[in-house]
Write a protein that binds this ligand. Structure first.
Ligand SMILES: O=C(O)CCC(=O)C(=O)O
Ligand SMILES: [Fe+2]
Length: 335
């Protein structure tokens, strides 16, 4: 039976060997989804994050992710800028200083490229294949694995949360990788710290929660990612072959606050050798459909719609409306 233990007493570990991508749909067992789902719900209720091991995501794809990231971000600035992200679209290149998730600190010291599923699968001609050969094939394969894994995780969560209608969570995510849903892969690239004059208090990525339902985060061994636990930031030490799963704002809303959104940030490591290493991370953000209402809690078994937590709810808010409002606060406009 999949277990639930802790790494350094900090980050719960959920073993997905019986429900991950190596298990075919026919061999998937409800009992196994239930046990993993309960572990996930416990971890998200207490902390908002967990390490998933034995997910079955193809390891070769992670090596390719690193090669593609290296290839793209080492290009000249002028080439990268040909693919600059336009306003409010989750596709394109975000250069140094274009995002500031936490306005109490100076700008984030990172570059990123986001690939939303609709662009990758339906408009691959938009991708930078000309300057970064292989990117179309890689994103298609990697995002397919991520979507399949995310759907399994939604099945586990729906059973683990004891939803009255188990399909309700997935119903909010019917258009992943299609028009009307912006679930996306973000390649994050944090250049060596010695190249920049960091201002006091400047960190690589400011404190934030993701807007997503949840985020699958693949990080390298450099370190620097921190998660808030009981009001204190703890190091999310990279764990070999594990995916860090962080609950986002949408899951927090959909569970009426029962599942916490993970507060996280990336600092510059204190260790000088590590500071001067380039850090990579790959984040796949599973988002609800743009028109899905996210601030109406999903009904659990035994619950009635007229119970206390359903009273006095604010006016309905769709995911599309929510992100428009949030993005306007984090993006520094293009000059
Ligand atoms: O680089 C990391 O480890 C975290 C990235 C992240 O939080 C994000 O892309 O939203
Ligand atoms: Fe994040």
């Amino acid at each position: 039976m999949p277990g639930h233990k802790t790494i350094s007493e900090e980050i719960p570990i959920v073993d997905y060997s019986l429900c991950g991508l190596r298990t075919s749909d026919q061999h998937l067992n409800r009992e196994d989804l239930y046990h993993a789902g309960k572990d996930m719900v416990n971890a998200f209720s207490n902390y908002g994050f967990l390490y998933l091991i034995n997910s079955g995501v193809n390891k070769e794809l992670l090596q390719q992710a690193k090669i593609i990231t290296d290839k793209f971000f080492n290009l000249e600035k002028s080439k990268k800028q040909l693919y600059s992200m336009e306003k409010s679209i989750e596709f394109g290149y975000v250069g140094l200083g274009r995002e500031e998730v936490d306005w109490d600190h100076p700008c984030d010291v990172k570059e990123a490229f986001s690939f939303d599923g609709n662009s990758v699968f339906n408009h691959p001609e938009k991708l930078p294949e000309d300057i970064c050969p292989g990117v179309v094939e890689f994103t298609k394969k990697f995002m397919t694995d991520c979507r399949q894994l995310s759907e399994r995780i939604m099945d586990s969560l729906s059973i683990g949360m004891e939803l009255k209608e188990e399909s309700d969570l997935k119903k909010c995510h019917q258009r992943i990788h299609k028009q009307g849903n912006i679930s996306y892969l973000r390649l994050n690239y944090y250049g060596s710290a010695d190249k920049f004059c960091l201002s006091p208090g400047q960190i690589r990525l400011g404190e934030h929660t993701d807007f997503s339902t949840f985020t699958l985060l693949f990080q390298d061994n450099v370190g620097g990612l921190q998660l808030e636990r009981d009001g204190i930031f703890v190091d999310a030490f990279p764990l070999q072959d594990a995916i860090l799963i962080m609950a986002g704002d949408s899951l927090n809303f959909l569970s009426c606050g029962q599942l916490k959104a993970a507060i996280h940030r990336v600092i510059v490591p204190e260790d000088e050798v590590r500071q001067n290493l380039t850090r990579y991370s790959f984040a796949y953000l599973v988002d609800p459909d743009n028109d899905a209402v996210i601030n109406r809690p999903l009904l659990c078994k035994g619950e009635k719609e007229n119970e206390a937590r359903f009273k006095c709810l604010p006016p309905p808010l769709t995911f599309g409306e929510y992100i428009r409002e949030r993005y306007s606060k984090i993006r520094v406009p293009i000059e």
